[in-house]
Design a protein around this ligand. Structure first.
Ligand code: NAD
Length: 480
């Protein structure tokens, strides 16, 4: 049994006898490893060490392109170890191997992208008056805390860590208590690389203790959090006490809008993939289908056939749908299905699945029809393989329904009419819009984040670099 230690100040730090937490394989229910439930003192040490490392001459003398070179080395390491890392992610999260491999590739791409960006981020010169030179310079924030969820551990960690190190910050990662394995694998790389120790640290433990202490710490200069709205609000309140900026990515209830002139086969494939990826445990999952009433029956039948053909099973066997992460999440989804049965009509799925010789938690991919727009299932993030169906009569109604939740992360639009596409894209309150596709392959270059309760700020792309820099304006008066 692996006992996973934390990386603090370049040392591997464990816990007392009773302070280890179990980590399970969601596919089988077997115990995979144990992690440290970090104490407040250990978190304090990590923050102090990060501060010292950030202020050190050694770190200040690292040129931006040298930071980039290091990140590029990490990208190479990730690619060279793709098989091993994919297996770790598959075991830890339960996700099908193909999806785990995509996640490892995305992690490498984040480090590559921000490696290239490290020496290309520049300030401005601003015309004020003759005899005065006004410039802005971008400086790193300092100590950045990265709170990682369990659904895409290596991807979500990589996207913010790469941007934060590229811009010269010291980083503390707190991985999710259920899924620390790939963060630990990257920590092993960081422990032996040329970065000053303390520029990258990895801590583990419960969100309510370790996570909460980290985000409340006066010594933290910036926080990036991905997870639930409820916890995001708690994090933001804690950060407010020390006026620490936060970047929040808090999930969604994203619609796929299918117009009557869409290529229905392509749309059905896109709508299916948008909800079943990672068993629906995806912040950007397309969990609502808004379909024109004239094509509803045909389209939903097409979709239901596709859903019924999906294979549910252990991640390592690379099915279409793996297990739900843990019992708590499984029971939460089942309780939503119970509501669905009472308030709507299950078109396909709706039941748990027993996968032989495992104690994993599996659920059939499900389509639910006949719900009210203001119902629980139409409004709340289920975070499981459950699609809810609604119809619209015209474009205005489609846009209104798309906007009728408290979220605004992603919208998919399926149409062959360019005017319909643009008009709808403009009308929806959503951080990303995809026309005749959903996700564009993940795109590390595209800014990602939400309107409304889907979050604050943007990750990915050049936009994300702004989370990790202060802007300093310098006005120089010269008398000649
Ligand atoms: P969560 O938001 O509670 O946890 C996410 C991360 O935050 C974990 O690392 C956790 O340890 C940490 N955390 C928890 N409480 C904290 C606190 N007070 N201060 C600092 N960090 C804290 O999510 P969960 O309980 O694992 O899942 C609950 C629901 O959240 C899910 O059912 C799903 O709806 C949603 N979720 C969304 C995403 C997303 O990508 N947006 C990811 C995971 C979960």
């Amino acid at each position: 049994m692996d006992k996973i230690k934390m990386l603090i100040n370049g040392e591997w730090v464990g816990a007392g006898e009773d302070e280890w937490l179990p980590v399970y394989n969601p596919s089988t229910g077997e115990k995979l490893a144990e992690i440290v439930n970090a104490t407040e003192k250990q978190i304090d040490t990590a923050v102090e060490v990060a501060r010292e490392a950030f202020e050190s001459k050694e770190w200040k003398s690292f040129k931006p392109y040298e930071r980039g070179q290091l990140l590029m080395e990490l990208a190479t390491y990730i690619r060279e170890n793709k098989d091993k890392l994919s297996e770790l992610e598959c075991l830890d999260v339960g996700k099908p191997m193909t999806q785990a491999r995509n996640d490892i590739e995305a992690a490498a791409r984040y480090f590559e992208f921000y490696a290239g960006a490290a020496d290309k981020l520049m300030g401005d010169s601003i015309p004020i008056e003759d005899g005065l030179l006004d410039v802005t310079v971008l400086e790193p924030m300092g100590v950045t805390a990265h709170i990682i969820p369990w659904n895409y551990p290596i991807q979500i960690m990589s996207r913010s860590v790469a941007a934060a190190i590229a811009t010269g910050n010291a980083v503390i990662v707190k991985s999710a208590e259920d899924t620390p394995l790939t963060a630990n694998a990257l920590a092993k790389w960081f422990a032996q690389c040329k970065l000053p120790k303390g520029i990258f640290q990895h801590v583990t433990g419960l969100g309510s203790t370790a996570g909460s202490h980290l985000v409340s710490h006066e010594g933290v200069d910036q926080i990036t959090f991905t997870g639930s709205v409820k916890t995001g609000i708690t994090v933001m309140k804690a950060a407010a006490e020390s006026v620490t900026p936060v970047t929040l990515e808090l999930g969604g209830k994203s619609p796929n809008i299918v117009f009557q002139d869409a290529d229905l086969e392509k749309a059905a494939e896109g709508v299916k993939n948008a909800i079943v990826q990672n068993a629906g445990q995806t912040c950007s999952a397309g969990s609502r289908l808004l379909v024109h009433s004239s094509i509803k029956e045909t389209f939903v039948n097409q979709l239901a056939e596709k859903f019924a053909a999906l294979k549910v099973g252990r991640g390592i066997e690379d099915p279409d749908i793996g297990p739900i992460l843990n019992k708590r999440q499984y029971e939460k989804i089942l309780s939503y299905l119970e509501i669905g049965k009472k308030e709507g009509k299950i078109l396909t799925g709706g039941e748990p699945v027993k996968v032989e010789d495992t104690s994993g938690y599996y659920i059939q991919p499900t389509i639910i029809d006949g719900l009210e727009h203001n119902s629980t299932l139409a409004q709340e993030e289920i975070f499981g393989p459950v699609l809810t169906v609604f119809t619209f009569e015209d474009i205005e109604e489609a846009i209104a329904l798309a906007n009728q939740t408290e979220y605004g992360l992603v919208t998919g639009i399926w149409t062959s009419n360019i005017d319909t596409a643009h008009y709808t894209a403009q009308g929806v309150k959503s951080g990303q819009v995809f026309v005749n596709n959903y996700g564009a392959g993940g795109g590390v270059q595209m800014p990602f984040g939400g309107y409304k309760k889907s979050g604050i700020g943007r990750e990915k792309g050049f936009e994300a670099l702004k989370n990790y820099v202060q802007i300093k304006n310098i006005a120089v008066k010269y008398n000649m």
